[in-house]
Design a protein around this ligand. Sequence first.
Ligand code: FAD
Ligand code: NAP
Length: 309
Amino acid sequence: MLDLAIIGGGPAGLTAGLYATRGGLQNVTMFEKGLPGGQITQSSEIENYPGQLEVITGMELMDKWPQQCKKFGLKHDMNEVVQVTKTEDIFNLKLANNEQLKAKSVIIATGSVPKAAGIKGEAEFFGKGVSTCATCDGFFYKDKDVAVIGGGDTAVEEAIYLANICKTVYVIHRRDQFRASPHEVKKMEKFDNIVQVLNHDTQEIIGDNMGVTGVVVQDKNTKEVKTLDVLGAFIFVGRDVLNAPLKQDDGSFLCDLNDSGEVIVDLKMNTSVKGLFAAGDIRIDAPKQVVCAASDGAIAGIQAIGYLQ
Ligand code: FAD
Ligand code: NAP
């Protein structure tokens, strides 16, 4: 039986593994369905990880994390965990290859992924002007014009974040009313450099070999088509929270989630189930940054040691 099973090998899972093994836990396995490192390995430019003076790629940032964990005894299983259940004090893990395992404690660190809007040019220019993270990439557009696509709370919040950095922020929404709360919309309206482009479909993100140069939008009433000249297109059309392993046979979830499917935790990364911790982008109110996911992982790893004692 495992002392601790960590599900997900991104910054949160790896750091949880580092702290748990270095803190003395002997039998710890991290399950990762892809390559360890997590979603940051898709990024070509990171300049906000503390201590990194140069702009580096996500691959470079995560390169040594798995080796460091291995040094302290973290085992790595390249497998997908499909379900976690709990019987009395023991967790049961079902893997994609039908293997079944038991663990005394579990840290879920499977993250969440931004949804794609399905706009022409979105995939082609991803990382070359198209972004799903204002905190990560906003600074690259300092004093430049950008577009935000989406009308929910995230789009509006991130538009406000960008308005403090960029020259003009066009917020393009497909309906004539924002889905975001009126409170957030009111906050946005105070910014002179945010231009609302309501009731417009985004037809295409265009660019050249340097990256994005514009976003083509169509007025849904008049059918007029125009191009907004922007160098960045930030897409916030919702996220898929990767909470599937927590789903039980009866359709309920092993622990409490919020309406968006994120795991509810306290400041010590405890979930509503004893011995089950959550860390990183999967948890409520996650800032969705590597440094924060790593911090969560450290907290969860330390808490798992305490729980097992
Ligand atoms: P993730 O990194 O998402 O890791 C979760 C891991 O779990 C994945 O490897 C996944 O394969 C695995 N997994 C999922 N389900 C299962 C399962 N059932 N079984 C086994 N394994 C599973 N942050 C910054 O701080 N600075 C930046 O500049 C920055 N830029 C970014 C650019 C891009 C393009 C992207 C996509 C993100 C960026 N981020 C940035 C955000 C950062 O990557 C995330 O906040 C961080 O990776 C979250 O870490 P995590 O460990 O919680 O989740
Ligand atoms: P969301 O509420 O699901 O909103 C997604 C937005 O994207 C909607 O406006 C939707 O348009 C639009 N959209 C979806 N698919 C699209 C497509 N293919 N093309 C163009 N537009 C598309 O997602 P979210 O904003 O990420 O928020 C998720 C949850 O977190 C919500 O419950 C939200 O309230 C919460 N949240 C809260 C806060 C806060 O309280 N401060 C902050 C952030 C998020 P339609 O409106 O037409 O469907």
